[in-house]
Design a protein around this ligand. Sequence first.
Ligand SMILES: [Zn+2]
Length: 167
Amino acid sequence: MRPNPAHEALAALDRAWGGGLLIVTQNVDDLHERAGARRLIHMHGELRSALCAACGRAEPWSDPLPPGTPCGGCGEPRLRPDIVFFGEMPYQMEAIDASLRQADLFVSIGTSGAVYPAAGFVQTARHYGARTVELNLEPSAGSFYFEESRIGPASMLVPDLVRELLG
Ligand SMILES: [Zn+2]
């Protein structure tokens, strides 16, 4: 997998946009980073990271992770994938919530809109006054919360929107 035009456009926006900006992804791959994005939260964790279940330390990891792998910090054999599993709380929810409350523009890209807490982000953003736009292949389960829905592939819609924002 390589970064697609949507990843590239968001990274370009991140580089060019002088104001506040936060990319929140539910994906665990590193395609946003490889495209060059910096202001990024992986709310469901990262494939290329390992987490110690004993001390909570995360470290970069790209190899297989068999059970019993020792932590590079505390040495306990409890390293696990740094991925948020079903039923666990996603990462950095306070930072995400703070951004949603301050946002002038909230854009949802390529999500089903059916899985909470992410599905509720649009409601928070809209409640606090953000313009809300959905970019998706089809109207999502929460489509009616958005002021505007653009239907089509993210690889086309995201570059178009970024051009509008930077134009
Ligand atoms: Zn540890």
